[in-house]
Design a protein around this ligand. Structure first.
Ligand code: MN
Length: 201
């Protein structure tokens, strides 16, 4: 089945004031839709067309050579954004608890240190890309990727990610990426992040 943009699991204005309604409408309805359309176009007629997006992204090197770039960008964009919507929720933010919190504390020193490291990864990404909390097979780590590259293509499991493309924040925050990331922290559904962590932990 061809890919489709998943419905946003909350209202477009549900993440106000941290993420504004206009940005959510453009980001979800236009940007994500474009990744889906272009991924479907690139995969159409290949044996990969009906495969799970994670399987596709884990095997980019096995795709026809002329498809690898478009699929990396657009299937990556589809998958990354599908995760991104689910990691945010109205009334989000605060701090995680339980096993996830313990793992963050033991890996990064403290929750504040974790936040600082993820923010630094987002600010350090020159141009467009993402900053991620991943499980790399042995434990938690923070990485950043360019463009729509996804950690799954490197064998890592994304547990939380922040989109630092300008389209994610420019309407509200203009050039102030640090303020956007600070605002985005107030949207995180730690329950959703913990659910992903519980699967790999
Ligand atoms: Mn985006």
């Amino acid at each position: 089945m061809a890919y489709a943009v998943p419905p946003l699991p909350y209202a477009y204005d549900a993440l106000e004031p941290h993420i504004d309604e206009a940005t959510m409408r453009l980001h979800h309805d236009k940007h994500h839709q474009a990744y889906v359309d272009n991924a479907n176009k690139a995969l159409e007629g290949t044996e990969w067309a009906d495969r799970d997006v994670v399987e596709v992204l884990r095997n980019l090197g096995s795709l026809p050579a002329d498809k690898q770039g478009p699929v990396r960008n657009n299937a990556g964009g589809h998958y990354n954004h599908s995760l991104f919507w689910g990691w945010m929720a109205p009334g989000g933010g605060g701090e995680p608890a339980g096993a996830l919190r313990q793992a963050l504390d033991s890996t990064f020193g403290s929750f504040a240190d974790f936040k600082a490291a993820l923010k630094a990864a987002g600010l350090g990404r020159f141009g467009s890309g993402w900053a991620w909390l991943v499980h790399d097979g042995s434990g938690l780590a923070i990485v950043s990727t360019a463009n729509q590259d996804s950690p799954v293509s490197d064998g890592k499991t994304p547990l939380l990610g922040v989109d630092v493309w300008e389209h994610a924040y420019y309407l509200k925050y203009q050039n102030r990426r640090p303020d956007y990331i600070d605002g985005w922290f107030n949207t995180i559904s730690w329950d959703a992040v913990a659910a992903g962590f519980d699967k790999v932990g």
